[in-house]
Design a protein around this ligand. Structure first.
Ligand SMILES: [Fe+2]
Length: 411
């Protein structure tokens, strides 16, 4: 088994994602930036709790993890969508009319990839780590909006509208000066003021595009509004913010805080959901929309770190979430990779968990801010390019093969 040293980064090099946000991230209300840090959120940790310390390196097994065919297809669809969104942003930046047909085709492709398998959602969302952030964020919010609309039982037409709104919500960023739009580090006050203009710029561009609904335009303009009236640009409050815009606010922030960026690690999903619950109480998000989003994500969102009954740590790679609630039980799939008894990494193994019907179970959620496993995403997302297929094994199943060179994981 190859072991991947985490290097000397550790806590000292971790950047608080709330303190050094991306251009888009910084365009958020100040209260979020002043909110509690998920890293400090208490999570369950039993006798065999984290053995990491800020000065100790954590080792991860190096292995390619198989990916379900549906996830691979979703990745392929996301790549296509990304290319299409790049065209949308480029045309907008050059002042050309927005090709609505292209945007609608992008939405159609993404919706088709989601049909019957909501597990595709996170793979699409996380793919952005490999490509242009702004465009992939648009794709991610599109997908999240589509799933949230389904969770909220909106009809098919509304769901498509929500997805299109998510895809175009940040189109106004195409009009920002390149040195601000692409700046990887902290923005100055002046730059921040420029970024905060993107909702209006996007709205104006969509106003000039025939065939778009009021709802889609409202998301572009109002996804940074807050129910407590402290958002921007119009400081709307409560029901004066459209339902789609309130949904857009939740999806936008969730994707932003869970995203890996060159200068920060994304939060793990559980930490993100906990922080967003607090921000909802502070008045940042619509409580009903947030409730639906929480149902959508489930207790153990895909990508979250969990402790298993078998005294192993694993990453959730397919979530029962909403599907289970609708009477279509799907097993929770976890990639186990760390043995708590030995305190050592182990070859990754996919474990299927059927509540009440399998020997294995999730005991608790764990915070990766405590464990500090690096590149955890690759343990559940796998390497799509390898075209691997899943090896579903029961508890205690075969370890996965194909060790991956350390240099690839550390790149
Ligand atoms: Fe935005």
């Amino acid at each position: 088994m190859n072991l991947i040293p985490l290097g000397s980064g550790g806590a000292a090099q971790r950047v608080d994602p709330l303190r050094r946000a991306a251009p888009g991230d910084q365009a958020r209300p100040a209260t979020r930036a002043e909110g509690p840090l998920p890293q400090r959120t208490a999570m369950a940790s039993g006798p065999a709790g984290p053995r990491a310390s800020p000065s100790r390196e954590i080792l991860l097994p190096s292995a390619e993890v198989p990916m379900a065919g549906s996830l691979a297809r979703a990745h392929a669809e996301a790549r296509t969508a990304l290319t299409q969104v790049e065209v949308l942003f480029e045309k907008a930046a050059h002042g050309e009319p927005l090709p609505l047909a292209l945007a609608e085709a992008t939405v159609s492709g993404l919706l088709a990839s989601l049909e019957g398998d909501e597990a595709c959602l996170p793979s699409i969302v996380r793919l952005k780590a490999h490509r242009d952030y702004a465009c992939m964020h648009s794709v991610a919010v599109c997908v999240l909006m589509a799933c949230l609309a389904r969770e909220m039982r909106l009809d098919e037409k509304q769901r498509r509208e929500a997805a299109l709104a998510g895809l175009l919500h940040d189109i106004g960023k195409a009009f920002l000066p390149a040195h601000v739009f692409a700046k990887p580090g902290r923005l100055t006050e002046d730059e921040f003021a420029v970024v905060r203009r993107h909702p209006e710029l996007g709205f104006d561009a969509l106003e000039a595009t025939a065939g778009l609904s009021t709802g889609v335009r409202s998301v572009a303009r109002h996804h940074h509004e807050r129910p407590d009236g402290r958002g921007y640009p119009d400081r709307l409050d409560g029901p004066r913010i459209s339902l789609l815009a309130r949904m857009g606010a939740v999806c936008d922030v969730y994707d932003a805080v869970t995203s890996n960026r060159p200068y920060k690690d994304g939060w793990d999903p559980v930490a993100a959901m906990r922080a967003m619950a607090t921000w909802t109480q502070d008045g940042q998000f619509d409580a009903c929309v947030m409730q639906a989003f929480k149902r959508l994500m489930g207790d153990h969102p895909i990508g979250s770190l969990v402790r298993l009954r078998s005294e192993r740590l694993g990453v959730v790679n397919a979530s029962a979430g909403g599907a289970s609630r609708r009477g279509q039980p799907s097993p929770l799939s976890v990639t186990a990779f760390y043995c708590l008894r030995t305190g050592q990494p182990m070859p990754p193994e996919i474990v299927e968990i059927r509540p009440g019907a399998s020997a294995e179970a999730i005991v608790s959620a764990e915070s990766n801010a405590t464990w500090r496993f690096r590149r955890l995403d690759e343990l559940w997302a796998g390497d799509v390019a390898a075209g691997l297929h899943p090896v579903h094994t029961p508890f205690g199943g075969l370890p996965l093969k194909s060790p991956r060179p350390a240099s690839q994981l550390l790149a």
